[in-house]
Design a protein around this ligand. Structure first.
Ligand SMILES: Cc1cc2nc3c(=O)[nH]c(=O)nc-3n(C[C@H](O)[C@H](O)[C@H](O)COP(=O)(O)OP(=O)(O)OC[C@H]3O[C@@H](n4cnc5c(N)ncnc54)[C@H](O)[C@@H]3O)c2cc1C
Length: 472
């Protein structure tokens, strides 16, 4: 198993005689990791590279974490097809690997006549997207379904298949399975230039990586990488989504994902439970120029609170655990920008804006198909190495609750992070895992340690000590 974060890349420096990779995937977000995992089914030499020191460290770590049904996608679009297929695939994969998912269902709440009138149209759109389970709900039933909803809700469209999922475990599961099945993961490895040829030469600060086929899964920077290959088909404009995470005491206030009815004034914000037992309010939608602008702003948070007060008045009185923001890779088009360039043995996976977590596994299958059409010899399929991920979900058993496990290994009974009930054993396991975290934030995404209401105030020193001990 190869995971590198420093030093010369294989095939460079002291290792120049090595043959080129068959395929290199640039970008280890949820999409790139899914593509690498799909490629790992075949006897190919595959590299997955990322500029960051961890997998899933870009947009994939900061989203709303909803596993969409695709009921509201643009009918007939590639995105509609891949979201629908991706949802089915990810639901099955989550069961197999232990990614926490809760199918809590969604309610699109109408607050005025115009929104109420839009509900049957949204139901018809869902039918066109092959989703047949929507149902219009009257005001009285809505009150029963969501007793804490603010006054004035007129009705809703129920979408029972919408689910919440752990985005961190999803990306990590794909990457872990890819690495265990033979993919080389090179982190801290930004592709700065591409010298086209057969093989292509990807220039990175850690040497020149040679590859016959190339997949661009660079998220917000997919346009820049595309330009290095001579393509100027789209520009990524980051669309920031700010979110507020409310404390676990708020969890009992809401039973479903409360979605806004899209309308003239944009998409609006949602209220959604998380698999960690918190409640999310957001996201905003702000078009920016800066692809690094993941900060939260006073105006953004104030606007979320104002909208949240109407949806679920008691929510905004609850304590806030954290705020964060993610950047959607908007391209000005209502569809993904997935393009094969067979002459260059190159596939662009761009514009994966707001549904990429859901669609990731279907995008991966589609991209591998495009690579094969472009001349990549896949050969026979083999079974992937099995993975079972540690459970971060509140609805499923956690190690601190498992007396048998604690009896066998007392480290699972020694809590380090008390807010999130994370044990010393879980932190130890994460630090020794196939893709160990390089930072405390990476450790948080693998264990939830320091992610609770005190944000590490109480446990920060103990978590850091264990982290530093493992670094040697
Ligand atoms: C606010 C918000 C809410 C969302 N909610 C949902 C949701 O509820 N459900 C859902 O399904 N989707 C949702 N999404 C969308 C989803 O998060 C994205 O579609 C998905 O994370 C995109 O993944 P990616 O792998 O394409 O990009 P990223 O995760 O951004 O990964 C791209 C990677 O490429 C690397 N990279 C870039 N340039 C280079 C280079 N030159 N060399 C090496 N590496 C490079 C980056 O470091 C990065 O790690 C949401 C997005 C946002 C912002």
């Amino acid at each position: 198993m190869t995971v590198t974060r420093s030093g010369p890349l294989p095939g460079t420096g002291t290792d120049p005689g090595r043959p080129p990779y068959d395929v290199t995937v640039v970008g280890a977000g949820v999409v790139g990791c899914a593509v690498a995992r799909e490629l790992a089914r075949h006897r190919l030499k595959v590299a997955l590279v990322d500029a960051s020191g961890d997998v899933g460290d870009g947009t994939s770590k900061a989203n709303t974490a909803i596993l969409h049904t695709g009921f509201d996608a643009v009918p007939g679009s590639l995105e509609a097809r891949l979201v629908r297929d991706g949802q089915r695939r990810l639901l099955a994969y989550a069961v197999e690997t232990g990614i926490p998912v809760e199918t809590v269902g969604a309610l699109l709440v109408a607050w005025d006549e115009e929104q109420l009138a839009a509900l049957p149209k949204l139901a018809a759109k869902a039918e066109r997207n092959a989703y047949h389970e929507t149902r219009c709900v009257g005001a009285a039933e809505l009150k029963e379904l969501e007793p804490r909803l603010g006054p004035g809700a007129r009705g809703a469209l129920s979408v029972p298949g919408e689910a919440i999922v752990c985005p961190w475990t999803t990306t990590l599961a794909f990457a872990t399975q890819a690495v265990r099945s033979g993919v080389d993961l090179h982190l801290d490895c930004r592709v700065e230039k591409v010298r086209q040829g057969d093989p292509h030469r990807l220039v990175t600060p850690r040497g020149v990586l040679r590859t016959r086929h190339l997949v661009n899964a660079a998220g917000l920077h997919a346009d820049a990488l595309d330009a290095l290959l001579g393509h100027h088909d789209f520009t990524v404009t980051p669309r920031r989504g700010q979110l507020i995470v409310y404390d676990k005491f708020a969890r009992s206030l809401v039973r479903h994902i409360l979605l806004p009815v899209p309308g003239r004034l944009g998409k609006g914000v949602l209220v959604a439970p998380t698999v960690y037992g918190n409640v999310l309010l957001g996201p905003t939608a702000e078009d920016l120029d800066d692809k690094t602008a993941t900060g939260s702003t006073a105006e953004g948070l104030a606007s979320l609170r104002a909208q949240g007060r109407r949806i679920l008045p008691e929510l905004v009185e609850e304590e806030v655990t954290a705020v964060y923001a993610g950047l959607r890779a908007a391209t000005g088009q209502d569809d993904y920008r997935i393009t094969a360039h067979p002459g260059q043995r190159y596939v662009t996976v761009g514009g994966i804006r707001s549904t990429g977590l859901t669609a990731s596994l279907a995008i991966a299958a589609h991209v591998v198909g495009l690579l094969a059409d472009g001349g990549l010899e896949l050969g026979p399929e083999r079974a992937l190495a099995p993975v079972r991920m540690p459970n971060l979900g509140e609805a499923f058993p956690r190690p601190y609750e498992d007396a048998g496990l604690i009896a066998r290994d007392p480290a699972y009974g020694r809590l380090v992070c008390h807010c999130e009930r994370v044990s010393r054993g879980e932190i130890r396991d994460a630090l020794a895992s196939t893709i160990p975290p390089a930072t405390l934030d990476g450790l948080r995404r693998r264990t939830r340690a320091r992610g609770g209401r005190c944000q590490g105030f109480a446990c920060g020193a103990a978590v850091r000590a264990q982290f530093e001990e493992a670094q040697g």
